[in-house]
Write a protein that binds this ligand. Structure first.
Ligand SMILES: Nc1ncnc2c1ncn2[C@@H]1O[C@H](COP(=O)(O)OP(=O)(O)OP(=O)(O)O)[C@@H](O)[C@H]1O
Length: 286
């Protein structure tokens, strides 16, 4: 029996160098974003994660190397064509003043609309579904700028979901969200990949959530990829030290088998083993 050929990656970066005016950031990055999987980009502040995301989404033009969408240089595709296939949520986006949640989510439909051709039913369905997924239906008619940081973040996520693209790039989508909402969102994104075949690339800062939900982890430092592969292979004490300069031990989640990192907190450990106040033996007092 012949095995099915693996789907070739639709989005790739080859030998990417990119940055801002006189500040080079990406230093020769090669990345093929795994199809139908959830990939998480990890790295310390300033390591180039957002720059890589923006370069892959065509928001930033590389000074050398190229990004390919379906095998063709992404800059050769029309903007609308790219927007129909790739949705990006940048870090800390701003909504125009007074915009309601429903209007913001509706903006995700722009790439699918033309002056002379609009499918109102399809748009309304996509907007409704995205609002349910991101759990923002309750405040659909409220102004985005009158919401809390976490509620606003969910509205932006709904907007990207309403775009109904196969490729979804999210820069720190869990910022401002409480832990339960972070977990709910990662469950949803994971379902989009595993049940609906979407390809997701996210930047996260929470190492353990990244290790728990990612199919692939990409670890960056100083504009370069240091490690790339399934969490069980790359989420190691060695890489955490090399990428984050973090001293930690990596254990295995007894339920799921996912790697978990426990940072060594020397001060904390010392405080626990050396109590600051004298211990009182209650039996001696009574
Ligand atoms: N618009 C800009 N103009 C000039 N320099 C920038 C700009 N955006 C980012 N940089 C610089 O590029 C470098 C990489 O930034 P980038 O935002 O890609 O890092 P990051 O890994 O996403 O960081 P963080 O985790 O803090 O969001 C940093 O030194 C940053 O100061």
């Amino acid at each position: 029996m012949t095995s099915m050929p693996a789907t070739p990656p639709r989005l790739t970066g080859e030998a990417l160098r990119a940055g801002y005016e006189s500040r080079p950031v990406l230093d020769g990055v090669d990345l093929a974003v795994a199809e139908g999987k959830l990939t998480v980009l990890l790295g310390p502040n300033g390591s180039g994660k957002s720059t890589l995301l923006k370069t892959l989404a065509r928001t930033l033009t590389p000074s050398s190397g190229r990004v390919c969408l379906d095998g063709q240089d992404i800059h050769r595709h029309k903007t609308r064509e790219v927007a129909q296939q790739l949705g990006i949520l940048p870090q800390g986006p701003d909504a125009p003043e007074g915009l309601t949640v429903r209007q913001l989510v509706g903006m995700g439909r722009f790439p699918h609309q033309r002056l002379w051709r609009q499918d109102a039913e399809q748009d309304a369905r996509a907007i409704r579904q995205a609002m349910v997924y991101a759990d923002v239906t309750d405040f659909a008619e409220r102004s985005v700028d009158a919401l809390s940081g976490g509620q606003r973040q969910r509205c932006w996520i709904a907007m990207v979901l309403a775009q109904e693209t196969d490729l979804i790039l999210l820069d720190e989508p869990t910022t401002f969200l409480d832990l339960k909402v972070q977990v709910d969102l990662l469950e949803l994104l994971s379902r989009l990949a595993h049940e609906h075949g979407r390809t997701l690339l996210l930047v996260l800062h929470d190492l353990n959530l990244a290790a728990a939900y990612a199919d692939e982890l990409v670890m960056m430092r100083d504009g370069r990829i240091v490690a790339n592969g399934p969490p069980e292979q790359v989420f190691t004490a060695h890489h955490l030290k090399r990428v984050f300069d973090l001293d930690a031990q990596v254990l295995e989640d007894p339920e799921t088998g996912s790697p978990i990192c426990v940072p060594y907190t020397r001060q904390g450990a010392r405080a626990r083993t050396r109590p600051t106040s004298p211990t009182v033996d209650r039996r001696a007092v009574s």
